[in-house]
Design a binder for this molecule. Structure first.
Ligand code: DGJ
Length: 732
């Protein structure tokens, strides 16, 4: 059988080679701005011959060739730039794929077999089949190019027909190559309350690896996205940048390798750490999607590409509206009862938000959830705390005139729970070592289908019994701490991967059966923020750090890859030195919510918040669906400014913040972007404190879009933690 397949592959190879004698076999994957050109070489293998700004002339594609290597003796060998490089060949650098075959041979050489393309929503999908000539191993590369948004999404399928399982030790989603004078990587490091911190460095010879092996709360220390400045450090408004992100809610790895001749290869994929994967005959191993854009106008344009793409095709309900809310976590913690919650629901209504969101602490009876040490896993309402159950809460919400949302953390268990007592075998932990706990909890073994059913059942039961639950906040506070699955037994190499697949199985069922329930993805703050999870979630919680100063940086970081619509921001009591206005204005540049005791607010502050909520709702479509322009970076100044412009350019909103300006520093004028130069706009400062007037010199005046973009307006001050929200409205 193996022989037959190999012969078939060789026959196809011969066809390809003959065709190449006349004309090179070229596969062009293009958007309106970018070309990724692949080419079958005389040896029958597939190479990347170009990735860059779109080429004007189709004929020029024939002129492209992949990298060649000149040896010191003058001989030239073709090597490098193989699109999905296998191992054990003439390639000296990091491969995409490493396989151990049934006979122990560790080499894989992939030859081009066929390619085809077809239309998909928003773009064109190209599928390219590659096959080893000696072993029945096949890889299909998939690319979806979205022309309008200038985004390419790519992933790979690996399969084989060998008798016994073969072992995959490396299985990247794709490989991309660049030949530029220099490369500068921007990474996004993270920790609890310190998410999306941007830092940059020049890449030199060798490898830089960004990876995580935390399993469930996988992005706690680094996020699954990066920026590479090509030829110069990444800039907001100019220069060529690659911006890439892996759609995987588990361990990921990005390798950036600069080789001996100064070329860069970028290899995104699942982190194969402790995950030698035994692939069965006929099974298809599908890698996560890697999504990237190549912008020649800096990161600002790159972000706009990704934000538009996400809203159009990837984010759950990407085109829909979002619910403003009042959460109780920062306000009450675990200390609440039915009366307290009913009062908060009335406060939510008074504030003008759409929903009240009940956080952690509502469940568990044998082991009530009165702190984070007990109860996770037992999703029954605590009867003596909430005697009327969820029903009484949804009714109270209805009475107050708001929707009701609920916090759950269904993938986790406290050892102090009835679930753990009944099913210790459902939990990831060692049979023979001391258990290490993170936040006093453990992770349920989602590689086990029975556990998947249980987790899905939590949501299903809650929604069946309480169809008025309008929203879930789905938390995940622990990484996988004791990496052993009682279910997988001797196949532990599958755990990190099968666990994430199990999470997706559950989420798919939730989405299929309850398509209209919006959900917030949360992971002890923003430790889950990837585009596979966001197929199932309408938004994510960026950080538990709601100090508005810190949030300016955190939201700036996440905005590189996500639309404001996906980013939850709440007004809380973190940093009481900042005014309520400043805190609210910082949250208003994303999906707005509140999490504070409103009775502690002064009458002015409360009135301010009510008006700010009303303004946000009125401008929601501009902020969440408009085009975002990051105008002034907090990393480069003591201020920050960002604006949103509606699709028809008739409306814009500018958010401007003074963080901690220096004494008499030079205040820069903010020049708008994305307006219509020929339109005239009335400038109006909104979100003013009651009884105060705007001190903005431009307030109430009318300017052309051209003036606003070329000359700009003065919105910054010398005062710490001040903010301005300015509305621009087209006038006749
Ligand atoms: C971590 C989340 O980030 C918080 O917002 C809150 O929901 C707590 N978990 C509850 O335990």
């Amino acid at each position: 059988m193996r022989h037959l397949i190999a012969t078939a592959a060789l026959a196809l190879l011969a066809t390809t080679t003959t065709m190449n004698a006349m004309e090179k076999k070229i596969i062009r994957i293009s958007t309106e701005q970018t070309d990724l050109v692949l080419q079958v070489a005389e040896n029958g293998r597939l190479y990347q011959s170009y990735l860059g700004e779109k080429l004007l002339n189709e004929a020029d594609l024939q002129e492209l060739s992949w990298d060649v290597h000149a040896a010191s003796d003058g001989s030239v060998t073709r090597r490098g730039w193989e699109v999905y490089s296998g191992s054990g060949n003439e390639e000296y650098f990091e491969p995409a794929l490493a396989v151990t075959h049934n006979d122990g041979n560790p080499s894989t050489w992939l030859y081009y077999v066929s390619s085809s393309s077809h239309a998909v929503e928003g773009g064109t999908q190209t599928d390219i089949v590659l096959r080893d000539d000696k072993y029945p191993v096949e890889v299909t590369l998939h690319y979806v190019a979205y022309p309008k948004e200038n985004v390419i999404k790519t992933w790979s399928d690996i399969s084989h027909q060998e008798k016994k399982p073969l072992v995959l030790s490396t299985y990247a989603s794709t490989m991309l190559y660049f030949n530029r004078p220099s490369y500068y990587l921007t990474e996004f490091s993270s920790d609890w309350a310190k998410e999306a911190q941007m830092s940059s460095q020049q890449l030199q010879f060798g490898k830089k690896v960004i990876d995580t092996k935390l399993g469930s709360r996988a992005a706690m220390h680094t996020h699954p996205f990066f920026i590479v400045g090509l030829n110069q450090p990444a800039h907001e408004q100019q220069g060529e940048v690659l911006m890439g992100t892996l759609a995987w809610t588990g361990n990921f790895r990005f390798i950036f390798e600069v080789d001996n001749v100064g070329n860069l290869r970028v290899i995104p994929g699942i982190n194969p750490y402790a995950s030698a994967y035994k692939l069965k005959r006929g099974e298809v191993f599908t890698t996560p999607e890697f999504i990237f854009t190549l912008s020649t106008n800096g990161t600002g344009q790159g972000s706009r590409n990704l934000q538009a793409w996400a809203r159009n095709y990837q984010l759950k309900d990407g085109k829909g509206s979002r619910l403003t809310l009042l959460n109780n976590w920062e306000n009450t913690g675990f200390n609440f009862n039915q009366d307290i919650l009913a009062k908060l629901m009335k406060e939510a209504k008074d504030l003008g938000v759409d929903m009240f969101l009940l956080d952690d602490g509502w469940f568990g009876n044998k082991y009530p959830r009165k702190d984070d040490r007990a109860g996770l896993g037992d999703w029954e309402v605590t009867h003596d705390k909430l005697p009327g159950g969820i029903r009484a809460l949804t009714e109270a919400a209805q009475e107050a005139g708001v929707k009701f949302g609920l916090w759950i953390e269904p993938e986790m268990v406290n050892p102090k729970s009835e679930l753990f007592e009944k099913h210790p075998e459902w939990v990831i932990h060692y049979p023979n070592r001391d258990t290490y706990y993170y936040r006093n909890q453990l992770v349920l073994d989602l590689s086990n289908p029975v556990v998947q059913d249980y987790v899905y059942g939590i949501v299903d039961k809650l929604l069946t019994e309480n169809p008025d639950i309008a929203y879930f906040k789905w938390d995940c506070n622990s990484p996988i701490t004791n990496i052993y699955s009682p279910y997988l037994k001797e196949e532990q190499g599958q755990l990190y991967i099968d666990h994430v697949r199990g999470v997706y199985n559950v989420l798919k069922r939730v989405k299929e059966n309850y398509p209209n329930v919006p959900m917030m993805l949360c992971s002890g703050g923003g430790a889950r923020c990837d585009y596979e999870a966001l197929k199932y979630f309408t938004e994510f919680w960026c950080s538990d750090n709601t100090d508005p100063v810190e949030r300016i940086y955190i939201q700036w970081g996440f905005s590189q890859f996500f639309p404001a619509k996906a980013m939850c921001a709440h007004v809380t009591s973190w940093n009481r030195a900042a005014s309520v206005k400043f805190r609210t204005d910082v949250a208003s540049m994303c999906k707005l919510g509140f999490d504070m005791g409103l009775k502690d607010l002064s009458a002015d502050d409360l009135l301010y918040c009510q008006r700010a909520v009303a303004n946000w709702k009125r401008l929601q479509t501009v902020i969440l669906d408009g085009t975002q322009y990051r105008l002034v970076s907090p990393y480069e100044s003591n201020h920050m400014a960002v604006s949103y412009v509606s699709a028809d350019c008739s409306k814009a909103v500018l958010f401007a913040y003074d963080i901690h300006p220096r004494y008499q520093e030079k205040l820069q004028t903010v020049r708008l972007q994305g307006l219509d130069p020929h339109k005239r706009y009335k400038v109006e400062e909104i979100n003013l404190m009651p009884d105060s007037k705007s001190s903005l010199s431009a307030n109430g005046k009318v300017f052309s879009g051209d003036y606003l973009m070329k000359v700009g307006i003065n919105v910054f001050t010398f005062h710490s933690m001040q903010s301005r929200v300015v509305e621009f409205t087209e006038v006749e």
